[in-house]
Design a protein around this ligand. Sequence first.
Ligand code: PMP
Length: 414
Amino acid sequence: MITDPAIQTGFDVLSVRQQFPILNREVKGKPLVYLDNAATSQKPQVVIDALVDYYTRFNANIHRGIHTLAEEATAAYEATRDKTRDFIGASAREEIIFTRGTTEGINLVAYAWGRQNIKAGDEVIVSAMEHHSNIVPWQVLCEEKNAVLRVIPIDDNGELIFEEFTKLLNEKTKLVSVVHASNSLGTINPVKKIIEAAHKAGALVMIDGAQSSVHLNIDVRELDCDFFAFSAHKLYGPTGVGVLYGKKHILDSMNVFQGGGEMIREVCFEKTTFNDLPYKYEAGTPNIADVIAFGAALDFIDSIGKDLVRQHEEELLHYATNRLGEIPGLHIVGKAAKKVSLVSFRVENVHPQDLGILLDNRGIAVRTGHHCTQPVMDRFGIPGTTRASFAMYNTKEEIDALIAGLEKAIKVLA
Ligand code: PMP
């Protein structure tokens, strides 16, 4: 009888691994064990090929050209918009804005929506587990407008304290911006409940989907969020591309973000009129090649099956949590009931950076430090953690290698 659920469901991690050429390389003479997927994922051959194919066969600027190359490039770029709409369940392609990444998507909303809608005395709510990308833009906005930034506290397990959130909501709350899944704790937040409560109080909701988009099925219509931002590079796609989803009527009503080519309808010195959605928010020549390659990444994820990947990653999370728990003096930071597949931990008397260096000597890539979530580290009274984060191509054997590496490193360092 086969007991491994991944085998039962037909998920074949070895054939998945074969599609990622980088996984064949060695680091410091050892096979690469890449456990830094929450920072960025590796890219399958089809994504690399899509980049090469674009530059080899149909590189051209998009939208305005009437020649064949421009038409082919435009069609491929716009095809990714349709794939992205389907990927997150948006109602219309106009709601999909290509950005540089999650950070730019949040900044776009803080700038274009925020400067128009936030006034003195208004309140914006974030949580204590936000990435700096979902803190600083709101802080800057609130300072500029004399508005107030409120913070939902988290408990010792790294879960949001929902009751405290509802206490923060009031008629001055204009926006709630929260992370769907924490990059440093792994916590999956109850965003649907958060959105419902915020809407009842008359506030809009922005979701930082940088981590959730790769691990969870996203349905923005079901969630009913007003904005949702994520990055292609965490989704097996290229760097330099992200997506901002916004409800059409809100995006329509907002001020522009950057001015320039593409986002205009007509320009004269007396008055400029702006282009329709989504182009209104895509000023200048976009990252054409990488958007097209992101389309290949979305096709790739579809071909593997997100549900199978989720099941595999949950197995890895469960296995890693148990095995790490066997190491004396190791404490997992972030013990939420619902987590994406990453584990942050600290080891008594050992600095995370030293651990990271010794693991790298064995070809094992983990991330150490505050993970751009300094308030989380402050909340737990620690300088940083070591984080192992898993993707579809990771294996239990790689977790065994991590455990062996940790045991050796701790012996040296503690
Ligand atoms: N939010 C979260 C939760 C993240 O994990 C990250 C990336 N580490 C970001 C925002 C920022 O994403 P990017 O750097 O791709 O803009």
